[in-house]
Ligand binder design. Structure first.
Ligand code: NAD
Length: 232
């Protein structure tokens, strides 16, 4: 255990909702002509790559213009008192842009592209669209570096290890319905302080205090309390 205390933050799309980025359910509504499986799966990509690219090009452009909100900034502030690891399902870069320095993206990142072959080299594209016909160095079509349904989640072992060694765990803005990332909450130590911030939850995982409300309203006071605790 670190002398400074260790906090792991597990975040999902609800955290970026107040930055103007639709959550999983809301964005499905925007693209209601297509199911998420068509937009975010290897099968959908094989059938209609142009639709998948258009969907992600739009999301990338929107995410690039969005600004971190008060909850992202509060999470970044935790680093003034704690060792902090952010494990996010989000594919935007709002944690990093708010100042968090240790972020694991388990579902990939919009700002990167990679080929469709075996090579795993990633290319930083920031807000640039990916076009059909655009190839990687190995000559295969570029695709978003996003983990689609049926693909392997990234950094999971490392993330699990961090959760298991945390003194405090903050879960924010995730419905805990997309697995295996959702299962990370169960790796926390029984004596770790655990809090969950969300607008609505079907089920609260055992051991977590439910702080019902918007991330920008519930996260900053919690961060202030945790920083005061560490200072005293
Ligand atoms: P989800 O849509 O299943 O759940 C969002 C949760 O956030 C819900 O429980 C909702 O009540 C809560 N919420 C909504 N607004 C909130 C607010 N202002 N404050 C606090 N809580 C709020 O999303 P998920 O659990 O993250 O899982 C979905 C998948 O969608 C992930 O794979 C993720 O990669 C992807 N996704 C990411 C983004 C992004 O990067 N910004 C956006 C859409 C979807």
């Amino acid at each position: 255990m670190s002398a400074r205390g260790k906090i792991v933050v597990l975040s999902g799309s609800g955290l970026s909702a107040e930055s103007g980025l639709p959550t999983f359910r809301d964005s499905a509504g925007l693209w209601n002509k297509y199911s998420w499986v068509e937009l975010a799966s290897p099968e959908g990509w094989a059938r209609q790559p142009e639709v998948v690219l258009a969907f992600y090009n739009e999301r990338r452009a929107k995410a690039w213009k969005a600004e971190p909100n008060a909850a992202h900034r509060a999470i970044a502030r935790l680093e003034t008192g704690y060792e902090v690891v952010v494990v996010t399902q989000n594919v935007d870069a709002l944690h990093e842009r708010a100042g968090s320095t240790n972020v694991l993206h388990v579902h990939g990142e919009l700002a990167y592209a990679r080929g469709t072959g075996r090579a795993r080299k990633r290319y930083k594209i920031d807000d640039a669209p990916i076009e059909l016909g655009q190839k990687c160095e190995e000559g295969t079509q570029l695709r978003p570096d996003i983990v689609w349904f049926g693909e392997e989640t990234q950094h999971m072992e490392e993330a699990r290890e961090h959760v298991a060694t945390a003194d405090k765990v903050l879960v924010v803005g995730t419905s805990l319905t997309v697995h295996p990332a959702a299962g990370l909450v169960d790796s926390a130590r029984p004596d770790a302080e655990r809090a969950l911030v969300s607008l609505e939850m079907d089920e609260i995982p055992r051991g977590y205090e439910y702080l019902n409300g918007k991330a920008t309203q519930r996260v900053p006071p919690l961060v202030t309390r945790w920083l005061e605790e560490q200072a005293s």
